[in-house]
Structure formats: structure tokens, C-alpha cells
Design a protein around this ligand. Structure first.
Ligand code: TXA
Ligand code: MG
Length: 318
């Protein structure tokens, strides 16, 4: 089994593996990442290959501290402020890329911007400090599949193709980071995620949100309409249970007649629901079920990111 406990020896081994061009399954507070040395074009190419990810979809670059981010990108006043208040954390900033950064052009898909974050997870930070290079890391799943919130999800997805997966336990946040574009005068949320719009606005004032229904707007190349999808059909409706249909529930009142029920949060807590989302979708996505029905989640705060993922999961791949 390539899942290793995050002892100092194993973190050193993972760092060596990265420096020699290998890939590592890296825990973060949002989801598990598929990490490579972002300065090594061959290593980055392997990420795209292993995930089956289109090369026009750039990767998030992970660093250990703000000084490291400043070597790669230009942080204006807004970026400095957000970095001080919300990093480490589930916020990715899209910034003008420094021409003299040594990041592989493949990692940024040839754009003159770069997406950066400092993950809020002890194992990721230890690994970043030990390897002492920026790490490109998309979520550790095949392109279009559900994101991994447990080390076992990563192992199932990639098996022995991935030499090392560091075990950082279940992801605390459970949703990918919020991607915020700061390259224009108006800050724009390109992907809703683990940090809410309200939290960002409390720091820098009004931000706009990119229209998620324009899936391939050039600003957010990764926002494909069908994404985060289980292999079973998923419907955003919970009436008339089908035979062997599973229910992803939310809140205290559960309809009857479903073969299996997993409740994202009985008390209606959106943080709890986010943390459970991908693990429960993975758990229900089994051949004993005919499909997955989903109860509504309030579209506010973290619920916006949860509903974004559910809508994409319900969209059949084209
Ligand atoms: O929580 C997360 O963000 C996880 C963990 C591992 O850190 N990573 C993650 O990466 O979700 P990925 O590659 O699955 O998502 C990256 C998103 C995509 O939607 C991509 O299009 C966008 O960030 N992105 C990356 N670079 C960009 C850029 N320069 N301009 C606009 N969008 C960018
Ligand atoms: Mg992803």
C-alpha cells in the first residue's frame, strides 16, 4: 500500500520523491492533492497525464509562506491583506505571474497569471518546507471524477501508479479552495469553495462572482459544467424514490423509501455538510444503488460551494 503515515522519515522520503520528479498524494484541509515539483515540467506533465486533465486547465501552486508566494507573483495591497488574514487557508489567489519565476509554463497553462495558495494542513506545510519548492497540486482524482477527502479515495483512484500517498486523515474543510481572481480592478470569485464570499468581503469589500453557467469563460478554464461526478446518475430532487435509489440527505426531516440514507448534517450545519460531501458521495456511489437523490441545501455561505459541486455532479458528461 502506498499510503504512508506522515512521520518525519516519510515526509523526507516524499520530498525526495518530489525532487526526483515523482508525484505524491498530499493531504490538505480542503481535499487531497496530486502534488509535483512545479518547477519541473516533466513532473507537471505527469499530473496531466495521470489525471487525464486537459492541458489548458492550469494548476494551483502551493507554497509554505507569503515570501515564497512573492517570488512567483505580484501581490498588490488586496492580495497582501487577504494573504495576511486568510492564509494558510482555503483561498486561492489568481495573480499576475512574475516573469522570472521558475514555474513550469505547463503548470500555468501558458497564462501570464498564476493561482497560488498556502494550505492549512500540518502535513502539507511540513512537506512544502522540506521540499523547499512550490508544488503544483490539483485535486487527486481523475478529471471529472469526485474529489478525494480521504487517503483511501486517492489510493482507489490511482492505485499503484502513485508511489506515495501521505495520510493526513479526513480533510477538515472537504471542499476545494475558493478561487479568487485579483488580476483586474474588481476581485472576482472564479470558483466558490471553502472560504465564503462574506469572509472575503469582510476583508476587501465587494467582490463579484463569475457566472458559473458560462462554463468555459476564459478566466476560469477549469470550470467545466460536468465535474465532481459520481459514476451513478445524481438528481437534485428527492421525491418519488426509485428502486435501490440512495439519498444524500440534509437536515432533520428525512423522506422514506430510499435504499440507503447518508445525512450530510442532521442539524443543518453547512460546515459539517461540506466536510462530509465527497466522502458520502463516494460511499453511495456503489453498484448496489441505481442512483443518488439529493435533498436541497440552503444556497448561502458554504452552501453556495456545496450546491456548485452538486449541480456539476448532476450534469451528465458531454
Ligand atoms: O483546494 C484546492 O484548491 C485543491 C487542493 C489540492 O489545494 N486543488 C484544486 O486544484 O482544486 P484543481 O486543479 O482541481 O483546481 C484548480 C482551479 C481550476 O478551476 C483552474 O482552472 C483554476 O483553479 N486556475 C488555476 N490557475 C488559474 C489561473 N491562472 N487563472 C484562472 N484560473 C486558474
Ligand atoms: Mg479538481
Amino acid at each position: 500500500m502506498p499510503i504512508l503515515s506522515p512521520t518525519p522519515e516519510n515526509i523526507t522520503e516524499a520530498a525526495r520523491h518530489l525532487i526526483s520528479g515523482g508525484l505524491v498524494g498530499m493531504p490538505t484541509e480542503t481535499v487531497y492533492g496530486l502534488a509535483a515539483d512545479a518547477t519541473n515540467g516533466r513532473a507537471v506533465a505527469q499530473i496531466y497525464e495521470l489525471k487525464g486533465r486537459p492541458a489548458f486547465n492550469p494548476l494551483i501552486i502551493h507554497v509554505a509562506d507569503v515570501a515564497a508566494a512573492e517570488k512567483l507573483a505580484v501581490l498588490d495591497e488586496r492580495a497582501q491583506f487577504l494573504a495576511r488574514r486568510l492564509w494558510p487557508g482555503a483561498l486561492t489567489l489568481v495573480l499576475p505571474r512574475r516573469a522570472d519565476s521558475f514555474i513550469s509554463g505547463l503548470a500555468t497553462a501558458g497564462l501570464d497569471t498564476i493561482a497560488i495558495r498556502i494550505p492549512d494542513h500540518g502535513v502539507a506545510l511540513d512537506l512544502l518546507r522540506t521540499v523547499n519548492r512550490p508544488l503544483a497540486a490539483p485535486s487527486a482524482n481523475l478529471s471529472g471524477h469526485l474529489s478525494p477527502s480521504l487517503p483511501g479515495h486517492v489510493a482507489l483512484e490511482f492505485g499503484n501508479q502513485l508511489g506515495i500517498i501521505l495520510d493526513g486523515g479526513p480533510c477538515r474543510v472537504g471542499l476545494e479552495s475558493t478561487v479568487l481572481d485579483l488580476t483586474g480592478p474588481l476581485a472576482t470569485i472564479l470558483r466558490p469553495g471553502g472560504i465564503t464570499r462574506e469572509t472575503i468581503e469582510a476583508s476587501i469589500g465587494p467582490v463579484s462572482a463569475a457566472n458559473p453557467h458560462i462554463p468555459e469563460s476564459p478566466k476560469s478554464p477549469g470550470m467545466l459544467a460536468s465535474h465532481y461526478a459520481p459514476s451513478l446518475p445524481l438528481r437534485l430532487d428527492w421525491t418519488h424514490p426509485g428502486e435501490k435509489e440512495a439519498l444524500l440527505a440534509f437536515g432533520p426531516l428525512i423522506p422514506e423509501g430510499f435504499a440507503t440514507v447518508l445525512n450530510l448534517s442532521e442539524t443543518g450545519d453547512l460546515h459539517e455538510a461540506a466536510a462530509n460531501l465527497f466522502a458520502y458521495l463516494h460511499a453511495l456511489d456503489t453498484p448496489e444503488h441505481s442512483g443518488i437523490a439529493v435533498m436541497p441545501v440552503p444556497n448561502q455561505g458554504l452552501g453556495i460551494a456545496i450546491n456548485d459541486r452538486l449541480k456539476r455532479a448532476a450534469t451528465p458528461a458531454s
